[in-house]
Ligand binder design. Structure first.
Ligand code: GDP
Ligand code: IMO
Ligand code: MG
Length: 427
């Protein structure tokens, strides 16, 4: 029975929101499995544009139940404001379900994220400042606060005390900040209990039952493969597992139930924040990609770093995620270049390397080896089938498919739902 994972194959912002929304009309559940409101997913429906951070992109499809899985870190203030923002625009948000085991991002996590980045100075990660790393650190350290704790004041207080015991020492002595009062945090968190109580559910049981009954479940990743804390460009990563395995741990659905893993792949490459990026362009071409592609962060408003397509990364994404398909996005952005370079391998210390090096030092030294493909100038945004694409655009897609190790089953030619060429069905 179909349970699909849809995830970022590069460094995030590949167009996951659009792809999820596109499938939203044909699936029963859309489930976020990791990350938090560090994500920024833009969805364009007709003339309406939505920016989602924490809510699954399926929330915009009336028949679909959106779920926040146990692997997500939830900032309750952001969640409530995102819900009310959508409700104000007439979106029905009443079906949302939230795992009681998901961890909370509290104001002290956000504070710690910001002060620790400042403390790192030149070595900073360039986080989104949303408290993601500190919240996951508390989860792993077993001093996290979970959604279910909101409903037991005595346990909540004990847990907040345990968490702040150590943090207040760090805040005061290391970062020269004021200590945070337990009462203040407990009071704020208790205020979220009522508004959230109707959404909390045993999502693991529910999702497993749904799959067993033949319903279609779509797991929507935030961030991307190269931002994965295990498989990404550590330490320049996020603090969760956007890769396919994260869909299992982040929802309590076993790997044998997952039938398809779709990698969302931009026709060029972008990255936000610090860290290595072999095909980055610091010239006019980079600026042109940024301008035509609208490459500015949905969450932080930062300019995205831009570069040519990197097939080494795409192959790596195929491998570590077990990808069955790619959804190639933003092909339209490349219209107008006479020739388009594509990175096919790296040169590291004078040697040609075909696979992503596991050593951070080697990756930092990787120089792209380019093959240059002929471009096209015709407008492709109205193309509905592969055959309607100009010959050189077809060749570009075919070349990427050969280099990347999985079939390209859909192509994005514009931000709108219908600006998509579907080659193979995902369901
Ligand atoms: P996500 O984080 O992976 O959901 O991606 P973002 O929403 O952060 O960034 C992708 C941007 O590209 C958004 O502004 C989308 O509306 C836009 N987009 C998605 N697919 C396409 C496409 O095929 N063509 C164009 N031109 N824009 C697209
Ligand atoms: P979506 O889901 C792009 C990056 C940050 C930083 C690093 C760590 O829209 O693709 P964090 O706040 O997670 O601790 O920051 O990860 N980052 C993203 N980059 N798209 C995202 O999400 C990102 N979420 C985090 O810029 O480099
Ligand atoms: Mg994004």
């Amino acid at each position: 029975m179909p349970a699909l994972v849809l995830l970022g194959a590069q460094w995030g912002d590949e167009g996951k929101g659009k792809a999820t929304d596109l499938l939203g009309g044909s699936v029963d559940y859309v489930v976020r499995y990791q990350g938090g409101n560090n994500a920024g997913h833009t969805v364009v429906v007709g003339d309406q544009k939505y920016a989602l951070h924490l809510l699954p992109s399926g929330i915009l499809s009336p028949g679909c139940t959106p779920v926040i899985g146990n692997g997500v870190v939830v900032d309750p203030a952001v969640l409530l404001s995102e819900l009310s923002g959508l409700a104000d625009r007439g979106v029905d948000t009443s079906k949302l379900l939230i795992s009681g085991n998901a961890h909370l991002i509290t104001p002290y996590h956000t504070t710690l994220d910001k002060v620790s980045e400042r403390f790192l100075g030149k070595r900073k990660i360039g986080t989104t400042g949303r408290g993601i790393g500190p919240a996951y650190a508390d989860k792993i350290n077993r001093v996290g606060i979970r959604v279910q704790d909101l409903f037991d004041e005595s346990i909540l207080r004990q847990k907040v005390e345990a968490a702040l015991d150590n943090k207040n020492q760090v805040l005061a002595k290391l970062y020269n900040r004021r200590a945070i009062a337990v009462d203040q945090v407990v009071e704020e968190l208790l205020g979220y209990a009522d508004p959230l109580s109707g959404y909390v559910a045993d999502t693991t049981l529910l999702l497993n039952n749904a799959i067993d009954q033949g319903q279609v479940v779509l797991f929507e990743g935030g961030q991307g493969t190269l931002l994965d804390v295990d498989h990404g460009t550590y330490p320049f990563v996020t603090s969760s597992n956007p890769t396919a395995g994260g869909a299992c741990t982040g929802t309590g659905v076993g790997p044998t139930k997952i039938s398809r893993v779709i990698g969302i792949l931009k026709a060029y490459t972008t990255r936000v924040g610090a860290g290595p990026f072999p095909t980055e362009l610091l010239d006019e071409d980079g600026e042109k990609l940024r301008t035509i592609g609208g490459e500015r962060g949905v969450t932080t408003g930062r300019d995205r770093r831009c570069g040519w397509f990197d097939a080494v990364i795409a192959r790596y994404a195929t491998r570590v995620n077990g990808l069955t398909d790619f959804f190639l996005t933003k092909l339209d952005v490349l219209t107008g270049w006479e020739r388009i370079p594509v990175c096919v391998a790296y040169e590291i210390d004078g040697k040609r390397v075909e696979e992503l090096p596991y050593s951070q030092t080697d990756f930092h030294h990787a120089k792209p080896i380019y093959e240059t493909l002929p471009g096209w100038s015709e407008d492709i945004t109205k193309a509905k089938t592969f055959d309607e694409l100009p010959k050189n655009a077809q060749k570009y897609v075919q070349a990427l498919e050969e280099m990347s190790g999985a079939p390209i089953s859909a192509i994005g030619v514009g931000p709108g739902r219908d600006e998509t060429i579907q080659i193979n069905s995902f369901l």
